[in-house]
Design a protein around this ligand. Structure first.
Ligand SMILES: [Zn+2]
Length: 276
């Protein structure tokens, strides 16, 4: 898409589920495991031979076994098989590091947990369904990795590993906190308190004395535009909280906090009158 910079993939290996001659579909879904295997072999080969800057791999079979059998030997076997498959990618990475003195990052995660009763379903709000994990080989993890990182934090972490310079306007709108490289604060949240807004954060870098709070009541960013943030105040970082009374009755306020190494934003959304 031109709007996204007309970036194209140098190589893709996808949509194998449409090849029903090579991968005949059966109810046991074994063809998905065979597709995962083909995808892993292709990814490992691409890494070994071409050293792409960024590779994305999706494996599906564990999810299928979860849905069909829930917490079961079939599900656990699928997890073990996926572990072996990812090992092929990891071996390709280690080969590159050994032979070419390269510095590779691998991040492995999952997009959801499963329901506690059966292990079959997901989509609800229970702890087990919402619990995901992240594992990585990074040797440059910061203290936030030991807190509660989530999927949203993976992109800025990869950007940090790649030493990418993200344009300032975009950095202001990134939701995640990098778990690789320098970090100052995390867990920024805003809540209604008395007749104002209480902003709270966790200070991870004690060397930071102050941070600056900005607000805006527009979200032009959603349509590719820019939001003009107004500076509200520079406040003590150690306090880990700041209360303010907004001088606008907008239904939402985007709150941006700036620290030496970071921008971090959160939203304050007023409940509509009908929901109160
Ligand atoms: Zn699923």
């Amino acid at each position: 898409m031109p709007d996204a910079g007309s970036i194209y993939l140098d190589f893709k290996y996808d949509s194998l589920e449409y090849d029903t001659i090579r991968f005949p579909h059966g109810n046991d879904r074994k063809f998905i495991q065979e597709i995962d295997e083909a995808v892993v072999n292709s990814a490992a080969q691409a890494i070994a031979n071409h050293a792409p800057d960024l590779t994305w791999v999706y494996l599906e079979f564990t999810d299928d076994m979860g849905h069909q059998f829930g917490d079961s030997p079939q599900f656990y076997d699928a997890v073990k098989a996926a572990d072996t498959q990812i090992g092929k990618i990891w071996n390709a990475i280690k080969e590159r590091e050994k032979n070419f003195n390269e510095d590779w990052l691998i991040v492995i995660t999952t997009d959801h947990g499963r329901d506690a009763e059966t292990g079959k379903r997901h989509g609800g709000q229970s702890d087990r369904e919402r619990l995901t994990w992240i594992t990585t080989n990074s040797k440059n993890l910061n203290q936030y990795f030991k807190a509660t990182p989530g999927m949203v934090d993976i992109m800025p972490s990869i950007a940090s590993h790649l030493n990418l310079t993200i344009p300032e306007q975009i950095r202001k709108e990134i939701d995640g906190v990098p778990f690789i490289g320098p970090v100052d604060i995390a867990e920024l949240k805003a809540a209604l308190d008395q007749d104002g807004i209480l902003l709270q954060w966790n200070l991870l870098n004690p060397a930071v004395d102050s941070l600056t709070v900005f607000t805006t009541t527009t979200n032009n960013f959603a349509m590719g535009g820019i939001d003009e943030y107004q500076k509200l105040k520079t406040v003590s970082a150690k306090e880990e909280k700041f209360w303010f009374k907004p001088d606008s009755d907008s239904l939402f306020i985007k709150i941006l906090v700036s620290t030496p190494h970071q921008y971090l934003n959160t939203w304050f959304v007023k409940k509509r009158l009908s929901e109160q």
